[in-house]
Structure formats: C-alpha cells, structure tokens
Design a protein around this ligand. Structure first.
Ligand SMILES: O=P(O)(O)OC[C@H]1O[C@H](O[C@H]2O[C@H](CO)[C@@H](O)[C@H](O)[C@H]2O)[C@H](O)[C@@H](O)[C@@H]1O
Length: 265
C-alpha cells in the first residue's frame, strides 16, 4: 500500500495538487489512486475499457445510466476543456454519448473534432480491396467480427480467439502492399489497421492550441496500448497520464466514480 500511495502522491505533486488520503474517498476501498481533480485541467478520456466496460462485441457495450450526465457536468466544471479520444468512429461516439457532441479524437486520432465543431482529418481511407479481404477472412473464421470505419479497419477475434494468427497474418500481408502508409494496432482482442499519420497524440496537440484547452494541464486517462501516444502528448505538455490499471485498479466503474468528482468541482 505504501508504494501505491507514493505513486498517487508523486502524480499529485507533479501538478501541484494536494495529496489525498485513501480514507477521503468512499471509492478508495476499491483502490482509486488517481489524484484529486483540479479546475485548471484539460481532460482527455478514452472510451472503451476506460469509461465503458469491455463487452463481447463493439455494439453490445452497456451505457452506464449517469455517464452522459457526469460527462456534461465535468465538461461544465472544466469550462468545456473535456475531450473524448477513442478508436471508435465519430458517429459511433456521438450515438453512444447522445445528446453530447464533445470535442476530441476518433479513429485513434484520424479525425479531430475541434471545440467549434469542425473536423480536422488526416490519412487516407483503407483501400476497399482490404475491406473485402477482411470480409473473406470473416467468412472463413466464424466468430471473427469485421468493423469498417472511414479510416480504420478492425478484425475482432474476442469470440474466435483461435483465429488471431490468421487475422494478424492477413493484416501484415496487406500492410506490406502500402509500406509506410498504414500501421497495425494491437487492440484488445482485435487487430486494427490505421493510417500512420493518425495517433491519439494528434487530438491532444491540436486541442491544446485552442480555447478552452490552451493554458490548462492536460490529463489523459486510458487503458490500452493505443492510448500511449495520448499519454506521451499529455506529459509533453506538462500534464499527467493516468492509466486505468495503475490508477483505477483496471476498473472503468472507478474511472466513472472519479469523473463524478470532476463534475463536482
Ligand atoms: O480507444 P477506445 O475508445 O478504447 O476504442 C478502442 C476500440 O474499442 C472497441 O473495441 C474494443 O471494445 C469492444 C467493446 O467492449 C470489444 O468488444 C473489443 O474486443 C475491443 O477491442 C471498438 O470496437 C474499436 O473500434 C475501437 O478502436
């Protein structure tokens, strides 16, 4: 417990925050170690595995009943400096968080929605022939689920784990046809192909140039290897990277409890 407390305290110290004691928070019994939120933060939040519990398929995620209200409250408390940075397509994020349409990044940073609602996109769409090749793979391996996004292509093997090597081999073969243009992402029980120019650092850099984000301390919360670029971008701006495993015991419900504290600022 001593080393966990040290972790939390060093994070708090980094932003000049007052360190909390574990007994201050009712959720602390589940082990929340995240620093106390502060009104001068700019908050960047990943979606799946961070705010939302992982589900068997992308469409079967369950929206926690108070999440939209708490996100709205947190955005208000931070004067609008709250962004969602997800691998999902923007339309899908908006559908899940309806009626919110928050600033942020979608498709792992291929699309950035700016505070005025305009979009800044990078990277070419995945070639149509690749989509066809993934669909054929899905036919050959029942249980594999293909997700086609405007800039990303995903093969989910959560429900067909034995197909993982076939998925990876096909993705590598396709990438070799367009060297440098696309990258393979090791996602959770899925392989994604995304444009090389798209990373989760992009929304952080882009938004930190603009009001109401500029001049604040960026805090990026994420759970996955795909969030590491966002973590690095937050740190590069003097902010914090809070990975769900370390600071929230791997529990999205603890992230959601902590988000309520942001809303209460
Ligand atoms: O950046 P994120 O918001 O974490 O999104 C990453 C990917 O999340 C989704 O897939 C993952 O979550 C699904 C629902 O829990 C799960 O079934 C799947 O196994 C996970 O890989 C989404 O479908 C992808 O498009 C996102 O890139």
């Amino acid at each position: 417990m001593a080393s966990r407390a040290r972790l939390r305290d060093s994070a708090s110290e980094h932003l000049g925050l007052e360190a909390e004691t574990m007994k201050d928070s009712p959720s602390s019994v589940r082990g929340i170690l995240a620093p106390a939120p502060a009104p001068n933060w700019a908050l960047f939040l990943d979606l799946d595995g961070t705010l939302l519990d992982i589900a068997a398929t992308p469409s079967s995620v369950v929206m926690p009943p108070t999440l939209v209200r708490d996100l709205q409250g947190a955005a208000r408390a931070l004067n609008g400096a709250l962004a969602i940075v997800s691998g999902r397509a923007l339309g899908e994020i908006d559908r899940l968080l309806y009626p919110l349409r928050l600033a942020g990044g979608s498709e792992h940073g291929a699309v950035v929605r700016l505070p005025d609602g305009t979009q800044d996109q990078t990277g070419a769409p995945v070639p149509p022939g690749w989509v066809q090749a993934f669909i054929e793979l899905q036919r050959a391996h029942p249980g594999v689920l293909i997700e086609v996004k405007p800039h990303n292509l995903v093969a989910h093997f959560r429900n067909a784990p034995a197909a993982e090597t076939h998925v990876r081999r096909l993705a590598e073969e396709l990438l070799a046809r367009e060297p440098g243009a696309f990258e393979l992402l090791e996602a959770k029980m899925a392989i994604e192909i995304r444009p090389s120019a798209a990373t989760k650092a992009r929304p952080v850099y882009r938004l930190m140039e603009l009001a109401p984000f500029a001049g604040r301390y960026p805090v990026f919360v994420g759970d996955d290897v795909t969030d590491e670029d966002g973590f690095a971008a937050a740190r590069a701006h003097g902010g914090l990277a809070l990975d769900v495993a370390t600071y929230f015991g791997g529990q999205p419900r603890d992230v959601r409890d902590w988000l309520k504290r942001v809303a209460d600022l």
